[in-house]
Design a protein around this ligand. Sequence first.
Ligand code: NAG
Ligand code: NAG
Ligand code: CA
Ligand code: CA
Ligand code: CA
Length: 398
Amino acid sequence: MTWVAMTAAAIVLVGLAQLAASCGTGQVVFDEIVDWDNTTVAYPTASRSGTSVALIGDVDGDGTGDAAFGSPLADLSDGSVTIVMLNQDGSANSTSVLSKATSALTTMLSTQAGQFGTSVGGAGDLNGDSVPDLLVGAPVLGATGKVIIIFLTTDAGVSSVTTIENGVGLGLTTLVAGELFGSGLATIKGVSTINYATHALVGIGLASGQDRITTQIYGSILIATLSRVDGSVTAFTLFDHSQSGMAPVTLGSGFGSAIAAGDVRGTGSPLLAVGAPLYDSARGRVFLVDMDWTLMAITGMTIVEEGALGWTPTPALGSLSQIGTGVMLADINADGCVDLALGAPGAEEIGPNYGMLAVLLLNSGPSSIAVEAFTRISYSANPALQSAVTSTVRDVRI
Ligand SMILES: *[C@@H]1O[C@H](CO)[C@@H](O)[C@H](O)[C@H]1NC(C)=O
Ligand SMILES: *[C@@H]1O[C@H](CO)[C@@H](O)[C@H](O)[C@H]1NC(C)=O
Ligand SMILES: [Ca+2]
Ligand SMILES: [Ca+2]
Ligand SMILES: [Ca+2]
């Protein structure tokens, strides 16, 4: 089992050694760290390389899944995404950078400061050529932000590009400027009402999404069904604060900055983990959002934060930890229960803003969610990270 963790200037791949015996118990021990940062590729200090990362499927067809990560502040915030062809051990075999220097993206991205690469996601092949494609969020591109679907070639080049944005590619016309459409992205698997052979289901965050009635900024998410013929949106639902089930989301919390999906309750139906890293003046929290996928409705929300669900980390992560800047749901210790990993870039370590990945092993059922064990991946806890982590660990995805 491996996953990727990002720092301000480097990407690390963490290997997992120790497995637990029963659901939600045991310990997570990390035995390996791989840094994808290619020092011969110039990622300027301020590019915020590693803000987002995703495993996107086997692009080059060598049998090993490949990855992508975003550098949204590269090139004066025009942004870039790096596709990393992986070797079996998780090291980078080659890298390819998509940016305004890529001809298919030049017109769209040049001098827009759209922060292309704030989020990245892979939903498999979306145009029927068997090559996995790439979703990239650019939340300040154009008036309302865009999600760009990049149809890839096997050498990580671009065959064509399409977008999801206000008034384009879907019947959505009500987004307004500054909602940050595309701040978060997730692929949602395991929904019984979706035919995954012909469609993909994705969650898109709007970290400053407005309540449609009061126009106040609470943050929102949009769930979209995409066609595997051309990536077009065939259905969507926008969950803003005026919608049923959204009341627990508080004003200005950045809800939608990060999204993940997984079958936490073991019921065969995924729930969503949605980060709200600005909650309580940047302490941050994460919502586990139960969904009725047939009705496409929110049926409940469970809050994950320090002091909740039996999670009382000592020492505490601190009041500016920005928990939920990144979220991942996956069975990290391979015991059959989906676990939660949280990026907390402002967490205290040997000083402010060292950041950490908070790994919460969950023990959940249809009617309960509990944190059974907690492990930090951080500067102090992982000596192997000390050469890579000098400031912040920003995100985590699988
Ligand atoms: C890339 O993969 C090829 C084929 O497996 C291998 O021969 C080569 O050594 C790899 N290169 C790097 C830099 O890992
Ligand atoms: C690192 O960058 C160099 C120069 O751009 C490139 O030739 C090489 O393939 C890259 N290596 C990896 C593993 O991406
Ligand atoms: Ca591959
Ligand atoms: Ca494709
Ligand atoms: Ca587990």
